[in-house]
Design a binder for this molecule. Structure first.
Ligand code: AMP
Ligand code: ZN
Length: 468
């Protein structure tokens, strides 16, 4: 079955065809590790996980690269302000290296909690500075750069198709220069030009030697250098949040294609935002809602995963959260509902014995219907709604490699009606006997259970118990 994906570059849904049959190279802009990820960031990382899982479900061998930005991301995406790592270091009275490693570990833990498969490669920017310098050199040799007292710039006027990823309106605005005008380098030639290397930040702790002075790389060049190192000069899919379209990803295309004269990426995919109330959630906006806060508030992180499955990745997701007075915990009605639905789902999926899709033809038809939604630009809300309609444990399980709701360990067959303690104890003893291959004793125990009015049966997931 064909897989169609919406490509930001062509602004249409296209049939996905990888460069090399059967293989997909996929890059996603990773976190800037200066704070905990908020659940908005994680919505984007969840989307990328769902995309990678969908590709694998379709039989592709996926190489997923996600960078860790641990230097060079300024407080404004357009190079103004200060490096976020340095601000955090000052805030926490640590050095930026400690900050970076601490929040990187916290990020990886959040991925695990949300059942987001760990990307195959997680390169750190600080460990690829050499590659970034080499790419900047290449751009310099080809005449795409100029140097000011602040550092090395990319000259956007030299790039004929600069801004092709953006909608026309954004591009016009950018070229006219209607961008934030604070702290702009007076020697910068065009409003869209951006920094490839910061060469004049004497207070900056993370510093490297370069032909343009001791300093550090710009954020955009990091992603060009790391993606091409691990996936080649042209690769299949590049993802990010929609905020990356007008600056960061636009500049990645400009640098990479000017350096290589080859198309950089074939499919660009962008995830819409999670909005807290009607406001965008930003890591820099004070109190941030983390996975840990969800857990402290009594939520299963997978309830958040389930909630995200119910909104299409290209639609904004409104989220209302009310903090309790402690400022650490809170509630969201949408999460209460998601959690309750998920609990019912685990219960339902545990009961494989009354599957409405017992008939193979009916099952195959339903399977293809769900796959059809999934392969139509990852239409998970429809896929999930269809799964609910069929209400088939087997079908839910079949799609769990994509959904990632962990039915395998969470939807174990359980007792239908709460059995009394003494019956449960006997069942447990019988399990022990079976494990020890003492089948005579196991059988005797089964009879004891029966005498108390219960019937024990064995399934691949363990013993089940029901009233006789
Ligand atoms: P950052 O760590 O700030 O570089 O952001 C990491 C990722 O989160 C990027 O792909 C952003 O586009 C994305 N992002 C930032 N804010 C939100 C939000 N409120 N909802 C969804 N994604 C977001
Ligand atoms: Zn990036």
């Amino acid at each position: 079955m064909d897989l169609t994906l919406y490509n930001t570059l062509t602004k249409t849904k296209e049939t996905f065809e990888p460069m090399t049959p059967g293989r997909v190279g996929m890059y996603t802009c990773g976190p800037t590790v200066y704070n905990y990820a908020h659940i908005g960031n994680l919505r984007t990382f969840l989307f990328e996980d769902l995309l990678a899982r969908t590709l694998r479900f379709n039989g592709y061998d996926v190489t997923h690269v996600m960078n860790i930005t641990d230097v060079g991301h300024m407080t404004s995406d357009a190079d103004a302000g200060e490096d976020k790592m340095e601000t955090a270091a000052r805030r926490e009275n640590k050095d930026p290296w400690q900050i970076a490693r601490f929040y990187e570990a916290a990020f990886v833990r959040d991925l695990e909690r949300l059942n987001i498969r760990r990307p195959d490669v997680l390169p750190r920017a600080t460990e690829h500075v050499e590659e970034m310098i080499a790419l900047n050199r290449q751009l310099e040799e080809k005449g795409f750069t100029y140097q000011t007292r602040e550092g090395l710039y990319f000259d956007t006027s030299k790039d004929d198709d600069y801004g092709k990823l953006m909608p026309r309106l954004d591009r016009d605005n950018q070229l006219v220069g209607a961008r934030e005008a604070v702290n702009v380098d007076p020697e910068k030639r065009h409003p869209g030009d951006f920094v490839l290397w910061f060469g004049n930040k004497p207070g900056h702790i993370m510093q490297w030697e370069s032909p343009w002075g001791v300093g550090y790389p710009g954020w955009h060049i990091e992603c060009s250098a790391m993606s091409m190192k691990y996936l080649g000069e042209t690769f299949d899919i590049h993802c990010g949040g929609i905020d990356h379209i007008p600056v960061h990803n636009t500049n990645e295309i400009a640098q990479s294609e000017s350096a290589t004269d080859k198309p950089f990426v074939r499919y660009w995919m962008h995830a819409a935002f999670l909005n807290l109330g009607t406001k965008k959630m930003a890591k820099s906006a004070g109190s941030i809602l983390t996975v840990q806060a969800l857990i402290d508030s009594g939520y299963d992180p997978l309830a958040y995963r389930y909630l995200c499955l119910q909104a299409h990745y290209r639609s904004p997701l409104e989220f209302r959260w009310t903090w309790n007075e402690d400022g650490k915990t809170g509630r969201a009605q949408s999460l209460d509902t998601a959690q309750a639905t998920l609990q019912r789902l685990y219960e339902r999926v545990s009961h494989a014995e009354d599957d409405p899709l017992a008939n193979e033809t009916a099952y195959t038809q339903a399977y293809n219907e769900v796959l059809g939604y999934l392969n139509d630009d990852i239409a998970l809300p429809q896929a999930v709604a269809t799964l609910h309609t069929y209400n088939s444990p087997r079908l839910w399980r079949a799609f769990d490699p994509v959904l990632g709701l962990d039915f395998e360990s969470r939807a174990k067959p359980r007792v239908e009606e709460a059995a009394p303690e003494d019956v449960l104890a006997l069942v447990e003893q019988r399990e022990q006997a079976r494990k020890a291959k003492d089948f005579a004793r196991a059988d005797a125990l089964r009879k004891e259970v029966a005498a108390l009015g219960w019937e024990v049966a064995d399934s691949p997931q363990g013993p089940t118990l029901k009233r006789r």
